[in-house]
Design a binder for this molecule. Structure first.
Ligand code: MCA
Ligand code: AMP
Length: 503
């Protein structure tokens, strides 16, 4: 009976004594232990009332138990909805009610609040940073085998929310086939095999850490050193036991800032992959000079998984994201007319392939606006293809800030600021930041004759917005710069404040 993701990623682990996960303290989990853990959880999810196609919202710290929930959902045909641990109750409430998730697994600190708020009447289970909680208690009472549910290629495996330029977050529907095609393609392209050990320090609530890193490892039956988060000291200590690292650019700048990160420490490493945000060409160059390795930069999105990658063999070109994957079509089009542009010209990046999502959950209009009838997805990123076929990301048509690999949509913050007392209007921008790549700045214009309380506004922001979205500063301006059409000139603000955090 078919279940595409289970069959390709998890089934062979059932009886395997190979090591799958190594924790920071050296404790190991074999493939068979992981499979049994996931099977117990799958039984517990069914016991909690979930049926195939239902959504499970998960906001938990990174642990083997948290990762097993992914496998458990695949086994039970349940759609996984992983959520950033930084999200506030207000943010969570939206995701849970929009997705109609009937069960939520969260950290113990969120449980009471969610129980009171979850208007949908969702069942709330807990899982803490030690892998304990009511989910684990229920799972421990369950059998370690599970009758895996049949799924078709197009059935959903995950719903990942991405913020939008116009306010409400959209749930990107990812099918079994979407995830599987990317796992196969990347494992092959990046030459993964069972001897690989991936140093895993990314969060597992986004595509990069959950699907790219874990699926490629599972596909190759390789293993992972599984760190709860990026921790420089642990990374330096464990690097000699690893063969591959995947990270956002902040990982690489933080490693380079430490003199202990040198050629000898990484002599046995096979591959360093970067993505989720632009890697500065100077970081690429400095990395090679320090270690002898050229970072392999790739490009993707929640909606598309990975679409473009620098080559494994061949030149990994700094400042580019490489070539479209073998099963991906990529076009550069005129953002106004959609006409295909010749190589060398900058325009909208559009991609099509088995990796591209099925649309936005419950938003047919938004899906239609971004996913063309011919299958091409309009990414909102501006790029060009150089004379050798390398794709370069040159900008963004969408108003988006990427800080430490996390996406922040200014519109969401501006909407909150505009509602505050004495605020006439606001503008939120990203400015260069040495650690996070970009940092968030908010500009506020007062209503005539009134004086906004910036401290109170900052408090409101921290109560409603995840920490990483909160502006670092709130700056009062007499007026926002505007063009002759009256449109706010964010580029002018960015230019004026570009050195705010330069070292
Ligand atoms: C933490 N903080 C942040 C960020 N992370 N602020 C802005 N941007 C961030 N990314 C806050 C913390 O809450 C803390 O606040 C302060 O900044 C300093 O925290 P620090 O300890 O330095 O941060 P950290 O815990 O070390 O985290 C930084 C990080 C992490 C390692 C860069 O954010 C991270 O792992 N990022 C990866 C995100 C990711 O996986 N993106 C992939 C998306 P306070 O000072 O108040 O305590 S998937 C994707 O984009 C597509 C598909 C793709 O192509 O991959
Ligand atoms: P998300 O919607 O969180 O999946 O973020 C996807 C966005 O991250 C893309 O649309 C790009 O703007 C950006 N991104 C991902 N990888 C890269 C990269 N290698 N270089 C530049 N931007 C990137």
């Amino acid at each position: 009976m078919p279940n595409p993701l289970y069959d390709a990623l998890f089934s062979s682990g059932r009886d395997s004594d190979r090591t799958f996960l190594v924790k920071a303290d050296g404790e190991t989990l074999r493939y068979r232990d992981f499979h049994a853990l996931a099977a117990r959880q799958a039984n517990a999810l069914v016991d909690a009332g979930l049926t195939p196609g239902d959504r499970l919202a998960v906001q938990v710290e990174k642990t083997p138990e948290a990762l097993a929930l992914y496998a458990a959902c695949v086994m039970a045909g349940v759609v996984l909805l992983p959520l950033n641990t930084a999200y506030t109750l207000t943010e969570l409430d939206y995701f849970i009610s929009d997705s109609g998730a009937r069960v939520v697994v969260c950290g113990p600190d969120m449980a009471d609040g969610l129980q009171q708020r979850a208007g949908s009447g969702a069942v709330v289970l807990t899982l803490d940073a030690a892998g304990k909680g009511t989910l684990s208690e229920r799972a421990e009472r369950q059998p370690s085998t599970f009758s895996v549910v049949d799924r078709a290629d197009d059935d959903l495996a995950a719903l990942l929310y991405t913020s939008g330029t116009t306010g409400r977050s959209k749930g990107a529907m990812l099918s079994h086939a979407n995830l599987l095609s990317n796992s196969r393609t990347l494992a092959e392209l990046w030459h993964f095999d069972s001897s690989d050990v991936l140093l895993h320090a990314l969060p597992i609530f986004h595509t990069h850490g959950l699907f790219v890193a874990c699926n490629v490892t599972l596909m190759a039956k390789a293993s992972m050193i599984f760190l709860p988060k990026f921790d420089l000291a642990a990374m330096l200590r464990l690097m000699p036991q690893a063969s591959v690292l995947m990270g956002v650019p902040t990982f690489y700048t933080r490693l380079l800032a430490d003199p202990r990160f040198n050629r000898e420490l990484v002599s046995h490493m096979r591959l360093f992959v970067s993505g989720s945000a632009p890697l500065l060409a100077e970081t690429h160059v400095e990395f090679e000079a320090r270690t002898g390795h050229r970072i392999l930069e790739r490009y993707g999105m929640t909606e598309t998984n990975m679409s473009v990658s620098n080559p494994y063999h061949g030149e990994r070109r700094a400042g580019t994201v490489g070539f479209p994957l073998p099963d991906v079509d990529l076009l550069i089009t005129d953002p106004e007319t959609g006409a295909v542009l010749p190589n060398g010209q900058s325009g909208m990046i559009e991609v099509r392939g088995p990796n591209v999502f099925k649309g936005y959950w419950g938003m047919p209009e938004k899906t239609k606006a971004e996913l063309r009838d011919n299958g091409f997805f309009i990414t909102g990123d501006i790029g060009r293809i150089d004379e050798d076929g390398y794709v370069q990301i040159v900008g963004r048509a969408k108003d988006l800030i990427i800080s430490g690999g996390l996406n922040i949509y200014p519109r969401e913050i501006e909407a909150l600021l505009d509602e505050q007392p004495a605020v006439l209007e606001s503008a939120v921008i990203g400015v260069p930041h040495p650690d996070f790549g970009e940092a968030v700045l908010a500009f506020i214009v007062a209503k005539p004759g009134q004086e906004p309380d910036l401290a109170a506004i900052s408090r409101t922001a921290s109560e409603n917005l995840a920490r990483f979205k909160q502006p670092r500063e709130f700056i009062l301006l007499d007026e926002l710069p505007r063009n002759t059409m009256g449109k706010v000139q964010k580029a002018a603000l960015r230019a004026s404040y570009k050195d705010r955090y330069s070292q």
